[in-house]
Design a protein around this ligand. Structure first.
Ligand code: SF4
Ligand code: SF4
Length: 59
């Protein structure tokens, strides 16, 4: 997927979900953000929206 989300760092605040223009992010059953790689357009808006820097561009 275009972005990697560190599940240990994610606190489930939902900021990334609200920021994503493509609707690619959602919180899973454990309250952790997950990215739908088929929808993500790699705009990277979520990486700067996350307060704990849990999201990074996939290498
Ligand atoms: S990179 Fe952009 S499109 Fe992809 S999950 Fe983050 S905010 Fe959404
Ligand atoms: S903004 Fe960061 S901490 Fe908040 S739900 Fe998204 S990945 Fe998790």
């Amino acid at each position: 997927m275009p972005v990697t989300i560190d599940r240990e760092l994610c606190v489930g605040c939902g900021a990334c979900v609200a920021t994503c223009p493509a609707g690619a992010l959602e919180l899973d059953d454990e309250g952790k953000s997950v990215c739908n790689e088929d929808v993500c357009i790699t705009c990277l808006a979520c990486t700067s929206a996350c307060p704990v820097e849990a999201i990074s561009e996939k290498e």
